[in-house]
Design a protein around this ligand. Sequence first.
Ligand code: 6R9
Length: 704
Amino acid sequence: MTENQETTEVSEAQIAVHWREEEYIQPPASFVAQANAADPAILERFAEDKFPECFHEYADLLTWDERWHTTLDTSNPPFWKWFVGGKLNASYNCVDRHAQANPDKTAIIFVAELESEEPDHISYGELLRRVNEFAAVLRDFCGLKAGDRVTLHLPMVSELAVTMLACARLGVIHSQVFGGFSGHACGTRIADSGSHVLITMDGYYRAGSLLDHKEKADQALEQAARQGQEVDKVLVWRRHPGQYASAIPMAAGRDFFVDDLLADYRGVTVEPVSMDATAPLFLMYTSGTTGRPKGCQHSTGGYLAYVAGTSKYYQDIHPDDVYWCMADIGWITGHSYIVYGPLALGTTTVIYEGVPNYPDGGRPWKIAEQLGVRIFHTSPTSIRMLRKVGPEEPKKYTYHFRHMTTVGEPIEPEVWRWYHSEVGKGEAVIVDTWWQTENGGFLGSTLPALQPMKPGSCGPGVLGVYPVIYDEDGNEVPKGSGRAGNICIRNPWPGIFQTIWGDPERFVATYYTKYNKDPNSTDWRDWPYFANDGATQAADGYFRILGRVDDVINVAGHRLGTKELESAALTVPEIAEAAAVPVIDDIRGRIVEMYVSLKPGAASEGVEAKVSLAIETEIGKIARPKNVWVVPDMPKTRSGKIMRRVIASVSNFADVGDVTTLANPEVVEGIKHRVQSTKVAKGELPRQLSEAEYEEIAKFGAES
Ligand code: 6R9
């Protein structure tokens, strides 16, 4: 590692960054007046010299059976332990204590996709009853106990939250696999976690139809068995108790309807098991660019404290709010900011079953109006989609958001402004929250009443989290330098995952080895967390996330971030979504190719030229795309992230790989046909890719 920061050589981590500075936007006075974090003294309380004790403020939001004796134990780096000696139960904290204080208050509002089904308001008292009874099934019928793992493969229904909380009540480690994932993907995760019980549902509504979900359970069990894992019991919730939505028969002695089982456990109560703060609460699998999915293991005390604290200060949740996060509980965002954070604070959280545009692009705003939602949380991809299918829809409804969140990928300033002015009606603050499955909760965000918004930037590190940007050699990239590098977190925080389930070496190698200063040190300062994201930091300390470090296109030695290319494309008014991918080029190494989709009704005439010009103007000639493909829809993951590796493969005539986990696998063939036949006609014939090139394309911007 070199001390010299004035090096004239451009290192690998330094991406040419062409972002323009955006303007600040101040929160409305009405927001500031009521915000949970309105006094700047909070920044002092979480200043670096107060670390790690500053996090007592988060832990004190919870009810502990026993208080911790050590806030942060660093004796076995980087396996940090938070609140050691403390004991608590997550289900008690999310349910019992609110049910005792306020039994009739609504905990969950379940909104079915079909509008003919009335929203189900579940009070804290009712939730407590449901959680107890299902915990009794898990304990007495399934024989589950603290430390066992259970795989959940559930859609967006209130039963998912009940199941998670029932597991937590027993100290059983839940591993929810996103409902949209295949049986195969579920089976792999069953095997990896060593689950003997699978909890699923017969069917659920998506885009207007009742999908058969139970069929995936049978596929999952076959796959798990191939990997040596036998499952003894499959518990099947029924979307409509008493009816069966699946064509797949129930296997006698193995598959059980939950509503049948519950009949034997009416009114049974289960004492919450007092768990060590460091006991695992759940696993959440995330996919990296290579290798098998990583089971991120999250702790009980540190995690719950962290999501409660960040929900309070960053989501500005008050107990009397109706709060709606439109993510899926099958992703970390849903675990932290639909279930655990909001319920720990005793608020009302909305669970919506379906797609945002069913039956039309006004549905979210209609739900918001009906339920009186004040805090709304979603992703750039949903915002772009809703802007595309219903730009005028928000105006038609009389909801009033006070606070809005964006999470999951960088948001283009153009899209941010639509979110702010149209969805938020100029009345709501926005937090752009940067974090990862591994992190438990937010890492980068503005504190909404105290730090102004800046479109496209997530803001500074959150309270008690100290990010830094390093170049490839571990030199700090100074703020305001205009250079990008690898964003790291200098210190541990309570929400950080404990390990990768069953693979501690990979945990260390993926996140800590790169910037570790001394493998023998037990000082956390020697163990920065490497987030695997690229970023820049403006002079004001705000970070702008460029995406995964491998989302970079190197054109003749100029490293271009996909996000800046896409942002430039989005300045063209007709464009709804844009994705940049590399094409192997013998002269320039890589060249940029753009895929764009249009807003409804927008004329496609001349769009290619406009996109090229926008990129040339915003970034430079070097970035000018070889082709701009106008496509009806981008291939996307179920969590809405554009699968750049799929279109990159199309552009390079490489195998598109497994597309079964896509939300819309059907779009791929059409895109492929159009792009490749046009290229052949233009004489842009492919050449054989080398193995390394092939791998680069096949994993370009890989997400899942
Ligand atoms: C919470 C979540 C993590 C990756 C992360 C980064 C990207 C998330 C972002 C963002 C820019 C934001 N990401 N939030 N990029 N701005 N506000 O999304 O977790 O599914 O694990 O994804 O998403 O690249 O590394 P996960």
